[in-house]
Ligand binder design. Structure first.
Ligand SMILES: NC(=O)c1ccc[n+]([C@@H]2O[C@H](COP(=O)([O-])OP(=O)(O)OC[C@H]3O[C@@H](n4cnc5c(N)ncnc54)[C@H](O)[C@@H]3O)[C@@H](O)[C@H]2O)c1
Ligand SMILES: O=P(O)(O)OC[C@H](O)CO
Length: 339
């Protein structure tokens, strides 16, 4: 199939869905963009801008905003799903009625479902039984929406169990400013993308306390070990954690001022309550809900994740972040290579 004739739907008009729709339009595709809010659809139609979630980017006429999910996904060759992870099941369940088995599905959402502990391709696989599992892929890596919309050079990974499908998706998204590596370890890519958000909350707390640069580097490094530990238990490839969706995204989110997860951590350390912070945010900080999933999953699987554990107790039990640093520093002494 000639790429540019592919019919594409993007589901989710938040900052990332809008930035990726912009990228695809720049790559020469015409596409439908499903947005949840009528306000956002109307703004894009009249001003060619998503002022709520991605102000400043002019969206070309080749992007058609719609609140009609059927229009966005039916008859499409490729559907990109970019909704917050806690909305994935509802949205995908509704999508199922309109989709046939030929469509390639790409998830760009990062999270682990609270109830099932499934990653987003797992949720999509359950909700879209007509789509062969090899056609469900994930795009992840260090990529702030605002920078992608500003055409800042960005490098990500696309992972799928079917190498051919991952290659097709790679070709669709790749551009001179958006380099895409193919990867065949979707579970590793998704665990990396979901867990880095928890570590970014921890790094934000460290920065909010002004605890120093040494502890932040330690959190990033030992956080990577925790990502690998849980990932390997779930069947991931170790090398994925040295890649873009692992250490790459971890570094970006733990050190980048644009990160919503890092910001949540900073505000907690500065004394705001989680409810207060979330009430003030229209955007999603996936790490909050993922912390709960990972805490429960790690206890179920018997995997020790000390940093994630502390973040859980700070967010949901009111533990003091400074006390958590002390608790982490005074744990039993270990061998660095133990996984
Ligand atoms: N923003 C980024 O830089 C970035 C980069 C990579 C990955 N991601 C991931 O993309 C996913 C989507 O995040 P985002 O940043 O695009 O969103 P966002 O935080 O900018 O906006 C929130 C989104 O939630 C949607 N929403 C609210 N209620 C809803 C409902 N009931 N049903 C469906 N959708 C609803 C809103 O319409 C909006 O699209 C997340 O998993 C995030 O981790 C984001
Ligand atoms: O703003 P955050 O913390 O949701 O991070 C956005 C992306 O996941 C970075 O790759």
């Amino acid at each position: 199939m000639e790429n540019k004739t592919m019919k594409i739907g993007v589901v989710g008009g938040g900052s990332w869905g809008t930035a990726l729709a912009f990228l695809l339009a720049e790559n020469g595709f015409e596409l439908d963009l499903w947005v949840f809010e009528e306000e956002v659809r109307d703004q894009i139609l009249t001003d060619r801008e998503n002022k709520v979630f991605l102000a400043g980017a002019t969206l070309p006429e080749t992007i058609t905003p719609t609140c009609d999910l059927k229009q966005a996904v039916s008859g499409k060759d490729l559907v990109l799903v970019v909704v917050p992870s806690h909305h994935m099941r509802n949205v995908a369940t509704e999508m199922a009625a309109y989709m046939d088995e030929k469509t390639i599905v790409v998830s760009a959402s990062k999270g682990i479902e609270n109830k099932t502990h499934l990653t987003m391709t797992g949720v999509l696989g359950e909700c879209l039984p007509q789509i062969p599992k090899g056609q469900i892929t994930v795009l992840s890596g260090p990529s702030f929406a605002r920078e992608v919309a500003a055409k800042v050079p960005t490098v990500v990974a696309v992972a799928g169990k079917d190498t051919e499908v991952a290659r097709i998706v790679q070709g669709v998204f790749a551009s001179p400013v958006f380099r895409v590596y193919a990867n065949n370890d979707p579970i590793g890519v998704e665990i990396g993308g979901a867990m880095k958000n928890i570590i970014a909350i921890a790094a934000g707390m460290c920065d909010g306390l002004d605890a120093g640069l040494n502890p932040r580097a330690a959190l990033i490094t030992r956080g990577l070990t925790e990502m690998k530990r849980l990932g390997l238990k779930m069947g991931a490839e170790p090398l994925t954690f040295s890649g873009l969706a692992g250490v790459g995204d971890l570094i970006l989110t733990c050190t980048g001022s644009l990160s919503r997860n890092h910001t949540v951590g900073m505000k907690i350390a500065q004394g705001m309550s989680l409810d207060q912070i979330l009430d003030e945010m229209r955007m999603v900080a996936e790490g909050v809900k993922t912390t709960r999933s990972v805490y429960n999953l790690s206890h179920k699987l018997g995997v020790e994740l000390p940093i994630c554990n502390e973040v859980y107790h700070i967010l949901f039990d009111g533990r003091n972040p400074a006390e958590s640093i002390n608790r982490l520093m005074t744990r039993d002494l270990k061998n660095e290579m133990d996984l």
